[in-house]
Design a protein around this ligand. Structure first.
Ligand code: F6P
Length: 340
C-alpha cells in the first residue's frame, strides 16, 4: 500500500513524533510506501510531496514543529466565486494520480472536519488528533497539549518569583483558541489564584474583589491565569483586558504576560512523544485493516478509533462541573464567579 501523510492547522510539539510513528510502522511493520505531503491540504492541491524513508524519519522524534510544514488551508471553504477552483475535486484527482491507497491527516478540529469531508467524497482517510488546545471532540487528549501545559506551567512558576519580589498581581494569558483546557491545567499546575476560562462566565468585579481580599489578608502577591478565548468587550486581548481592569478596580500593582507562540514551540514532552507515537502506529493499523473514515483517540489509557463523521470539527469544551474545577474551587481558587 502507498499512504500519504499530511500535517495541518497550528503546529505543536509532537507532530514529528507522530509522522515517525506512522512512517516507521508503515515501512517496517507493513512494507508500505509513505508519501509526505507538504503544507497540509495545500500540498494535495499543489501536488507538493516527497517519499519518506527511514533516513528522513530518523532523528525527528524529539524535533519540534513539522518536517512537512503546515497550513490552515480549508479546501471546502467557499472562496471567491470568480476564481473558484473545485479544490476537493482537485485533491481527489491528485490523490488518485499519486497512487495513494490512504491518507493520514494529523491536525486539530478544522483538519478532522476536512478529513471527514474528504472521506465523504471517497478518499480513504484516517485522522490523528493534535493540538495544544486539547479541544478535539472524541478523544480524552490530543498530543501537543501536555507539552504546552509544561511550557505554560514553567512560565507561571517563574512569574511567582517576580510577583513575590515586587508584591504584584501577575496576569498571564495562555492559548486555547475557544476552550480553557490549557488555562485550567497550567493554572492548577502553576498554583494560579484566579483562573478564567471561556466556559465559565466571569465577573471582573468578582475577580477584583477576590484579589483585594487576598491583599487584605496579607497574601504578598497573586497569579491570574486567563485563557485567550474569554469574552472581552470589543474582542480586546484577554490578558490586557483583565490586567487593566484589575489595576483600575483594586489599585494593586499589576503586570501582564501574553505567553503566545512559545506554547507551540520546541521539543515535545516525553508524554507527547509517547502519545504521538501511539497515535501514529494505530493509524497505520487502521489502514492495514482498511478501517477508514476513523480518527484514532485516547480513552483512559487505550487508543481506540472513532468515526470522523461524529467528531470532525466538533469542539470539546471544558465541562463546567469538571472535577478539577470543583476541587480547585474547594481550595479557594477563583474562577471569576459571583461567589469569589
Ligand atoms: O489551535 C492552536 C492555536 O495555537 C490556538 O491556541 C491559537 O489561538 C491559534 O492556534 C493561533 O492560530 P495561528 O497559528 O493561525 O496564529
Amino acid at each position: 500500500m502507498r499512504i500519504g501523510i499530511l500535517t495541518a492547522g497550528g503546529d505543536c510539539p509532537g507532530i514529528n513524533a507522530a509522522i515517525r510513528g506512522v512512517g516507521k510502522t508503515a515501512i517496517l511493520e507493513y512494507g508500505m510506501e509513505v508519501i509526505g505531503i507538504s503544507s497540509g491540504f495545500l500540498g494535495l492541491i499543489n501536488e507538493e510531496y516527497t517519499q519518506l524513508d527511514e533516513n528522513l524519519l530518523s532523528g525527528i522524534l524529539t524535533l519540534g514543529g513539522t518536517i512537512l510544514g503546515t497550513s490552515r488551508e480549508n479546501p471546502f471553504k467557499k472562496g471567491n466565486p470568480f476564481n473558484a477552483i473545485d479544490k476537493p475535486k482537485l485533491i481527489k484527482k491528485h490523490y488518485t494520480e499519486m497512487g495513494l491507497d490512504a491518507l493520514v491527516c494529523i491536525g486539530g478540529n478544522g483538519t478532522q472536519r476536512t478529513a471527514a469531508q474528504l472521506a465523504e467524497i471517497g478518499l480513504n482517510v484516517v485522522g490523528v488528533p493534535k493540538t495544544i488546545d486539547n479541544d478535539v471532540w472524541g478523544t480524552d487528549v490530543t498530543f501537543g497539549f501536555d507539552s504546552a501545559v509544561c511550557i505554560a506551567t514553567e512560565a507561571i512558576d517563574r512569574l511567582h518569583t517576580t510577583a513575590n519580589s515586587h508584591k504584584r498581581i501577575m496576569v498571564i494569558e495562555v492559548m486555547g483558541h475557544h476552550t480553557g483546557w490549557l488555562a485550567l491545567y497550567s493554572g492548577l499546575a502553576g498554583g494560579g489564584d484566579v483562573i478564567l476560562v471561556p466556559e465559565i462566565p466571569f465577573d471582573i468585579n468578582s475577580v477584583a474583589q477576590c484579589l483585594k481580599k487576598r491583599a487584605i489578608s496579607k497574601k504578598p502577591y497573586s497569579i491570574v491565569v486567563v485563557a485567550e478565548g474569554i469574552p472581552t468587550p470589543k474582542g480586546e486581548s484577554a490578558g490586557y483586558y483583565v490586567s487593566n481592569n484589575i489595576k483600575e478596580l483594586t489599585g494593586l500593582e499589576t503586570r501582564d504576560t501574553i505567553l503566545g507562540y512559545v506554547q507551540r514551540g520546541g521539543s515535545p514532552s516525553p508524554m507527547d512523544r509517547i502519545l504521538a507515537t501511539r497515535y501514529g502506529a494505530c493509524a497505520v493499523e487502521l489502514i492495514a485493516k482498511k478501517q477508514f473514515g476513523q480518527m484514532v483517540a485516547l480513552r483512559g489509557n487505550t487508543v481506540i478509533s472513532v468515526p470522523l463523521s461524529e467528531v470532525g470539527g466538533k469542539l470539546k469544551p471544558v465541562p463546567i462541573d469538571h472535577t478539577l474545577i470543583e476541587k480547585a474551587q474547594g481550595m479557594g481558587v477563583c474562577f471569576g464567579q459571583k461567589l469569589c
